[in-house]
Write a protein that binds this ligand. Structure first.
Ligand code: HEC
Length: 105
């Protein structure tokens, strides 16, 4: 029979570690530069944000339109397969920063 206290200890170690990882990710998200966030966008929007397959190009994307699209996705007002969920993770400040960043790519 495994000692139940041992199982608790294992949990006691596991949970703080998981929490630390979450907090580390959270603090990385708290004040990231547009460039840091943009690395996640490139995964889908392609090298140099030039778009690929069905995914539109976002390099040199007009800043005002980027804000409009991202806030629209976030509010569920623009049709999206995935961008609604991505935009929900972004604050207004991050959207502004991304818009400025991609406008100059
Ligand atoms: C998981 C893949 C994926 C990631 C990651 C991603 N996008 Fe998208 N993006 C898409 C898809 C697919 C569309 C088309 C709309 C839809 O189906 O959601 C799109 C559409 C857009 C549009 C609208 C383009 C247009 O003119 O229609 C903008 C702006 C945009 N994405 C910006 C971003 C930004 C900024 C990021 C990073 C924060 C990002 N995307 C991350 C897949 C992605």
């Amino acid at each position: 029979m495994p000692d139940p206290r041992e199982a608790e200890n294992v949990k006691g170690v596991t949970i703080p570690l998981a929490l630390m990882a979450t907090l580390a990710a959270g603090s990385a998200l708290a004040a990231p530069t547009a460039e840091t966030i943009a690395r996640n966008c490139v995964v889908c929007h392609g090298p140099k944000e030039a778009g690929q397959l069905e995914i539109p190009k976002i390099a040199n994307y007009p800043a005002r339109k980027m804000v409009e699209m991202l806030t629209g996705f976030r509010a569920g007002q623009k049709e999206a397969t995935i961008m609604d969920r991505i935009a929900k993770a972004l604050t207004d400040e991050q959207i502004q920063a991304l818009a400025a960043y991609f406008a100059n790519q």
